[in-house]
Design a protein. Structure first.
Lengths: 337, 337
């Protein structure tokens, strides 16, 4: 599974949907980018050029969008929500930089990684730098609750990374372990984006929005792991079946495993025995997982989490922000499975 | 220059001096170790085994010693100083883990690095984990001033790492750049250890103790960089001339460069041109640096910083802690040059 659930590219059909979700916070999102640039490039010319590159490789600003919408959910978003959204996105970018360094990845979202451009040393240090700069900015807001949420989030992210290492090359990696992994690695960040956003304007909805973000994150990651099976590289920006190629065990495979015929199981075992599985073998296992119902089962789980996310919004007053948050749920699970 | 100014080994003659410095906080130091273990091993069995290894590779607990002595400098150390000292040491260990990952180092203080034992991936993630766990613990103390000091410190450390990359393979790396580098990379940590210690019992001496720690750190790193030239591997735990081997430009060489004869300069250029310099060539350059007065000049700068460190203690009331802090200055610059 990829550390960064990649949203679809700008030219994809659902870009219009995302634009609609982001419309209520469009101006604030532009200010988030300025804040990110200010925070990331404070110390050195060398860091300046790296920071510029990182901002290029940003995704669709999905996490800042969630933070800003959450801050608006009570009707009175605070200006500091922009800084908080920038901090959340920078913490996210820091983890992506280390993910790429750990994976020796060459591309992310079609853009060369820091790792590929500047080498491994700079990537590790640059991740540390981004993280510490975001932390300095966070402390300067002098809000212990924000620090509490984000400190625990970064800890959960690293525990998720550890668990991810354990998910490679292990066909015994089970559903509970998978859910715990994606809760740490993906849901914690979306939950914290919403919770810290709520702390900047809608503190009475803090718990509901955290739960919303958490469940949305679970659906988001499952959807991403399904996309790895079903979409071709033109859409995801990475080769199809990439998780299988890297021997990463995700929900579609976990759900399929108990239902395989011996012949199907043989294909799966062959893939995990091959150090560099052939494209044909990967294609076989992708087909096997679909035939055995692994994709359908994973879709049902994603839809269950999506429903819980939507239900979490029920205590919020009707608002443009709430509507956009509800649309974000549809957006996450509608990514052309 | 090594990221970790390594104190001498337990069997070295100055171990007795260190023991004397640590005597006033001996019991508290034992509690710091317990705190480190508690903080580092909170989440996973895998992390548990790694954490145990990390605690093994801890040094002489010099930073926690400084923090505890600083907290006692006003006569009323607070119990939370133990936790703060543990957080400072864990942040330090996190940077060492990433240093080793970046350098692909196999040994640190004679103990195999995490990098060598568990591979590069685990090292990067483990550093992140330690850092985030220390942060969670820090936030739970709910003291913005402590967070402020330690957030800025970690940022300075990463900027120092960046600057260090720029100090490799660059004979034009100058004295000002060197001092800025070690201020970020070493002095910031010792300064923050003393300042956060002061915040836990001696806040009226916060500024004096920060300055003390900062200047001590400058002397400490220069001494370490001198030791890399003059001591053999049995004492430092690493090969002599190691910085030269890695093309790292430190103060002894910087001070010697303008005074070299053409023949001496030719040796230096040859070393920096050789991808893997021979031991003989390294030995030549070590000798050249000494003959040109580079080591003497570096010693004078270290002694200057040491004097400033001692002077910073003048506003403190007489106490066992103050005496130990003064002894720490002597200890740092007396490491058998």
């Amino acid at each position: 599974m990829s550390g960064a659930p990649s949203l679809s590219r700008p030219d994809a059909p659902d870009a219009a949907v995302l634009q609609e979700i982001q419309a209520p916070v469009h101006d604030a999102l532009a200010r988030v980018l300025d804040e990110m640039r200010r925070i990331a490039t404070a110390d050195l010319p060398m860091i300046d050029s790296l920071g510029g590159h990182l901002l290029q490789m940003r995704g669709k600003m999905f996490r800042p969008t969630l933070a800003l919408l959450s801050s608006a959910a009570g009707g009175t978003p605070e200006p500091r929500a922009v800084t908080v959204a920038a901090i959340v996105e920078l913490l996210h970018l820091a983890t992506l930089v280390h993910d790429d360094a750990v994976d020796h990845a060459a591309l992310r979202r079609g853009v060369p990684t820091l790792n590929a451009m500047f080498g491994h040393q700079v990537s590790v240090i640059m991740g540390d730098y981004l993280y510490s700069r975001a932390l300095v900015e966070l402390v300067s807001l002098r809000d212990i609750e924000l620090m509490h949420v984000l400190a625990h989030m970064t800890n959960r992210l690293t525990v998720g990374e550890m668990r991810q290492l354990a998910a490679v090359d292990r066909l015994g990696f089970g559903e509970d372990e998978y859910f715990e992994l994606i809760a740490c690695k993906t849901a914690s960040l979306l939950g914290a984006a919403c919770e810290t956003g709520a702390l900047c304007g809608a503190p009475q909805h803090r718990e509901a929005l955290r739960r919303y973000g958490d469940r949305l994150g679970m659906a988001f990651q499952i959807a991403d792991d399904i996309l790895d099976y079903v979409e071709d590289s033109a859409v995801t920006g990475k080769p199809s079946g990439n998780d299988l190629r890297e021997h990463k065990v995700t929900l579609p495979l976990i759900a399929a495993l108990p239902r395989l015929t011996p012949a199907q199981r043989e294909r799966v075992d062959a893939l995990f025995a091959a150090e560099v599985p052939s494209d044909a073998l990967i294609g076989d296992v992708v087909a096997v997982v679909g035939e055995a119902g692994g994709l359908d089962a994973a879709r049902r789980r994603a839809e269950g989490f999506a429903r819980e996310a939507e239900e979490s919004l029920s205590s919020l007053p009707a608002s443009v922000a709430r509507t956009a948050l509800a649309d974000a749920v549809t957006y996450v699970i509608d990514r052309r499975w």
